[in-house]
Ligand binder design. Structure first.
Ligand SMILES: [Zn+2]
Ligand SMILES: [Zn+2]
Length: 312
């Protein structure tokens, strides 16, 4: 099953040539999750031939324009395409009000239902779950209420080793073995030890999206060991004072967090328009955490059950 991230936008507040405002698409199986929706996002979705009906969830980190100004346009396009599939929209307080007003004054009654989930950006909390993934908020520290998102695949069933399975097992007992239980008789005696007839399940993959934030170590327990960590890196460390003042992070700080969280890979993004060439940003991060990459437009990172697969 796919667990794949596509970068649609990498720019901070003022866009740079060929860079778009923050937006990412996380595909899990056949469904897309859109994370942030800066201006230009729908154009990027079209450029990369993303089928809009497959977007079931939209997660908005905060209400700075570079993270949500594309939302009204995208929802309007979905409406013009006569979408009927329900959409879940997760965002901070105020977003539902803003959108409702925009639709009201433009006299638009959408062709599809939106369920709005108002987030508390100050806590780590489960906000979404389906049969394959869970999504939690990650509290960020920014100038306005802001949260990141942690996407995790649910634990997968263990593998049954057919040649070791006794003949007397019933289908419900086989299911229990897949979920790690031993098989017992009516007196509680173990008939089949799980460890004798099953092997470990495939790994559950994870992606943490840390949107606009100051360097913040108290999220370390939540992002520990994730496969892929996106962390904003608006500035080089020579501008650390500016980063602190504006509640943003430097490339070095993002890499330090990745190192401390022992993640597999780090993706840097939300670049200041002052950096025409992003090589110094990548080099600064790699000096601390070698497995760092730039989250540039069009890049796709497939998190496989055993490795990664990247395409430009
Ligand atoms: Zn921003
Ligand atoms: Zn912001």
């Amino acid at each position: 099953m796919d667990f794949e991230l596509k970068i649609l936008g990498s720019s901070s507040a003022i866009p740079a040539p060929n860079r778009f405002h923050t937006a990412q698409l996380l595909t899990v199986g056949s469904h897309h999750n859109l994370i942030d929706c800066g201006e230009g996002t729908q154009g990027q979705l079209m450029r990369y031939k993303v089928k809009l009906p497959r977007i079931l969830n939209i997660f908005i980190s905060h209400l700075h324009g570079d993270h949500f100004f594309g939302l009204f346009g995208l929802l309007s396009t979905m409406h013009l395409q006569m979408r009927t599939t329900p959409l879940n929209l997760f965002g901070p307080p105020g977003l539902a009000e803003l959108l409702t007003l925009q639709f009201q004054v433009s006299n638009t009654i959408l062709t599809f239902p939106i369920t709005f989930y108002e987030l508390d950006p100050t806590v780590y909390k489960k906000i979404y779950e389906d049969k394959t993934i869970t999504v939690h908020t990650l509290p960020m520290e920014h100038r306005v209420p802001c949260c990141g998102f942690l996407f995790r695949e649910k634990p997968k069933p263990r593998h049954l080793v057919k040649e070791k399975l006794p003949d007397f097992l019933t289908p419900p007992q086989l299911v229990r073995l897949k979920f790690g239980e031993d098989i017992k008789d009516e007196h509680g005696n173990i008939l089949v030890h799980n460890r004798d007839v099953t092997t470990a399940p495939k790994r559950s993959r994870s992606y943490a999206f840390c949107s606009d934030t100051k360097y913040k170590e108290d999220i370390l327990p939540y992002i520990q060991g994730v496969d892929l960590l996106y962390h904003e890196a608006t500035f080089l460390h020579e501008l650390v004072d500016r980063a602190t003042y504006t509640h943003h992070s430097t490339a070095k700080q993002a890499a330090t967090l990745a190192l401390k969280a022992n993640v597999k890979r780090l993706l840097l993004g939300h670049f200041s328009a002052r950096y025409k060439d992003l090589t110094p940003v990548l080099e600064e991060a790699k000096a601390v955490f070698p497995n760092s990459m730039l989250a540039t437009e069009g890049k796709t990172i497939g998190v496989l059950e055993y490795d990664f697969r990247d395409t430009e």
